[in-house]
Design a binder for this molecule. Structure first.
Ligand SMILES: Nc1nc2c(ncn2[C@@H]2O[C@H](COP(=O)(O)OP(=O)(O)OP(=O)(O)O)[C@@H](O)[C@H]2O)c(=O)[nH]1
Ligand SMILES: [Mg+2]
Length: 332
């Protein structure tokens, strides 16, 4: 065995023993884009995999400023009070800078960060969403191997990151807050369909009345949607993350949701579907990358793209010619 392999084994064993520094190192390997690091990360994950799956996986999404970080801190502290160990991972594919906003987040979760039972990891931003999603999923597995009871994944409600997060958790929670102007924005963006729980935050002080109205509006709107699953009808709750009111009720609703999945195979069935889905989406990403890197395809693609844009060629005909170039080049 070479030195790197020994080192990887040491990290894996320390992660399994619950060592937070080792967990941080493991996630750094998972996040690295270097080929040798990736190989080590995969070896590490293979060793950790039998010890994964034991956490409640919760996704928290919402528009900027609704109070996600404040909520996760209150929620995390509530869980720690109950004797849990809690890991928080943040996904922000929108920001290209070195995670400045997320480091800000970490300081906003100051109380939680100080807690013995907590692990907070801001995820490096940027790159393609598929890569972020994979690394977050793998970081979640590493947290589970380290014995965390709950893994909370935070994502800013912009673009497609919600879908990616909803596809990797057991319970997906959409956080809203009054005062954003467009009170039904979650509905318009179609995120509501993904949510197992909708939580109206900032239900305190001057915003309490508006929060109550928002809760009623969303209840009414949800009543018009057909639930995505026959096991569970999404609920609309309200809380004040700032004062900690209603946070315990959110956790109870998460537990109810988990219990509701049991008759149809529990979280295991949902996770199996998610794992199969991410395998195929990685295959899709890999094939597209190989396709674009193929010399014959590359030589032809720009010209055919122009012809398609000008209407000289149908998209189908262009796609067929490129696929043919890809296959022909392979067998040559
Ligand atoms: N009144 C009130 N203010 C809150 C509550 N929760 C959060 N806030 C405030 O809302 C602002 C944004 O809170 P954050 O927790 O940073 O929100 P976020 O959704 O994580 O924001 P981004 O990460 O920037 O998208 C801060 O000034 C918080 O103090 C709440 O329950 N009530
Ligand atoms: Mg935040």
């Amino acid at each position: 065995m070479n030195e790197a392999a020994d080192e990887t084994t040491r990290i894996a064993d320390a992660v399994l023993a619950g060592d937070r520094r080792a967990l941080a190192r493991a996630i750094t390997l998972i996040e690295s884009t270097r080929g040798d690091d990736q190989a080590r990360a995969q070896a590490l994950l293979a060793r950790l995999l039998p010890e994964t799956g034991g956490s409640a996986r919760v996704g928290v999404s919402g528009a900027p400023g609704v109070g996600k970080s404040t909520f996760i801190e209150a929620f995390g502290l509530h869980l720690i009070e109950r004797g849990h160990r809690v890991a928080v991972l943040a996904v922000d594919p929108s920001s290209k800078r070195g995670g400045g906003a997320l480091l800000g987040d970490k300081t906003r979760m100051a109380e939680l960060a100080k807690s013995e039972g907590a692990f907070i990891r801001p995820s490096p931003a940027g790159e393609i969403l598929g890569g972020v999603a994979r690394r977050t999923r793998e970081a979640m597995l590493a947290c589970e191997a380290a014995g965390f009871d709950d893994v909370v994944v935070e994502t800013v409600g912009v673009g497609q990151s919600e879908t990616a997060v909803a596809d990797m958790v057991d319970t997906f929670l959409l956080l809203l807050a009054p005062g954003g102007g467009d009170e039904l924005q979650g509905i318009k963006k179609g995120i509501v369909e993904l949510a197992d729980l909708i939580v109206v935050n900032k239900s305190d002080g001057a915003l309490a009345d508006a929060a109550g109205r928002m809760q009623a509006d969303y209840r009414a709107a949800l009543g018009l949607l057909r639930p995505a699953s026959s096991d569970w009808t999404p609920r609309v709750l309200a809380c004040s993350a700032l004062h900690g009111d209603g946070v315990a009720e959110v956790w109870r609703a998460v537990e109810d949701h988990r219990a509701a999945l049991v008759p149809s195979g529990g979280t295991g069935r949902r996770r199996a579907r998610q794992s199969r889905g991410s395998m195929w989406s990685e295959i899709g990403d890999g094939l597209v990358a190989a396709f674009k890197a193929h010399p014959q395809v590359a030589a032809l693609a720009a010209r055919l793209e122009d012809e398609v844009a000008e209407g000289a060629l149908t998209p189908h005909a262009a796609a067929m010619r490129l696929l043919e170039a890809f296959r022909g080049g392979d067998s040559a």
